[in-house]
Design a protein around this ligand. Structure first.
Ligand SMILES: Nc1nc2c(ncn2[C@@H]2O[C@H](COP(=O)(O)OP(=O)(O)OP(=O)(O)O)[C@@H](O)[C@H]2O)c(=O)[nH]1
Ligand SMILES: [Mg+2]
Ligand SMILES: [Zn+2]
Length: 302
């Protein structure tokens, strides 16, 4: 029987089959031999061991379209990177690292700034500008505004549905930003536990512990994932990093050196540096580029 892994916990994999039944499976045999770890999102072939107890074994893993390490999942069509405009305060450096990571895997990204109801000083506008200018699709709104009208109407909901439709999308972002709240807003049932924010340090409490795949509607799936707070970019030569900042590409043909990495050159010679100075490329992005570049060069972790 064919199915899809929706989550893996403690050596068990929960496989959703076309009939709608979820089987608790082990993955005896092939995986241990080949050292492949089954991932949420994997399409698999299972043998049902007990129909009554809904138990089975995974026999075969179908070929993966792609696989992500952080958050770990496979067969992903797109990513929705969620940050809150406040509580917790957004760490744009981490967001830029997420973006490099997704660009490296060639996964299309939408950036979503949540909790706009808490935005008192208009910061959200600037955040959106930075990432729109970099060429990303950016959304903002409140998926779980405690003061919203109780009729449940939510403007961002329709936009999110439209972006996700027909695809498998992974949610990524720090703890407490509202990833599970997004899942619950779009799912018919309240499927995910939503956690509070610590009063003292205004951070999330790592409520979601396991990645889990949900069928939202038709052939539309979402993967809710645990939040994380740091991401180290690896597997790149420092000189390749510039390829993963899409907004640099438009300018670099005007750099005076072929293969310019836009780091040490003078502004007259480097069109990317010039674009930063003139505000056409956001300096926040460029600073993070420099930081990650240096990190890759020295090969050390932050
Ligand atoms: N004010 C406000 N609070 C929100 C909004 N969306 C979510 N929250 C609250 O933020 C807190 C954290 O939400 P979660 O959905 O659990 O966050 P998460 O990203 O899943 O966090 P982890 O599972 O820990 O990674 C909860 O108390 C939510 O009610 C929003 O739009 N506005
Ligand atoms: Mg969560
Ligand atoms: Zn340059």
């Amino acid at each position: 029987m064919l199915g899809k892994i929706i989550k893996g916990i403690g050596g068990f994999y929960y496989v959703h089959t076309s009939g709608g039944t979820v089987y608790e499976c082990k993955a005896k045999g092939i995986f241990r031999k080949e050292k492949i770890k089954p991932l949420p999102g994997d399409n698999v072939e299972i043998t049902v061991l007990s129909e009554e107890k809904k138990e089975g074994n995974i026999d075969r893993l179908l070929e993966r379209k792609n696989e992500l390490i952080r958050p770990a999942a496979s067969n992903v069509d797109g990513a929705l990177i969620v940050f809150a405009v406040k509580d917790p305060e957004p760490n744009l450096n981490l967001l830029d690292r997420f973006l490099v990571y997704m660009e490296m895997q060639d996964i299309p990204v939408t950036v979503f700034f949540n909790k706009t109801d808490l935005d008192r000083d208009g910061s959200c506008k600037r955040y959106c500008e930075i990432y729109e200018r970099a060429g990303y699709r950016v959304l903002s709104g409140s998926v779980d505004d405690p003061k919203a009208a109780p009729d449940g109407s939510n403007v961002v909901e329709e936009e999110l549905r439209e972006i996700l439709r027909g695809k498998t999308t992974i949610l990524a972002g720090p703890s407490g930003v509202g990833k599970s709240s997004v899942t619950n807003l779009l799912h018919r049932d309240e499927v995910m536990e939503v956690g509070s924010i610590s009063e003292k340090i205004k951070r999330g409490k790592h409520t979601t512990r396991h990645t889990e795949l949900f069928n939202l509607f038709d052939d539309t799936y979402i993967l809710d994932t645990p939040g994380f707070t740091s991401l180290y970019v690896t597997g790149l030569e420092p000189t390749e990093l510039k390829n993963y900042f899409p907004e640099f590409l438009r300018f670099e043909q005007d750099c005076r050196y072929t293969g310019c990495v836009h780091v040490g050159e003078r502004e007259e010679l480097c069109a990317v540096k010039r674009a930063v100075k003139e505000g056409e490329i956001a300096w926040e992005r460029y600073e993070d580029y420099l930081q990650i570049y240096e990190e890759l060069k020295s090969g050390k972790r932050r």
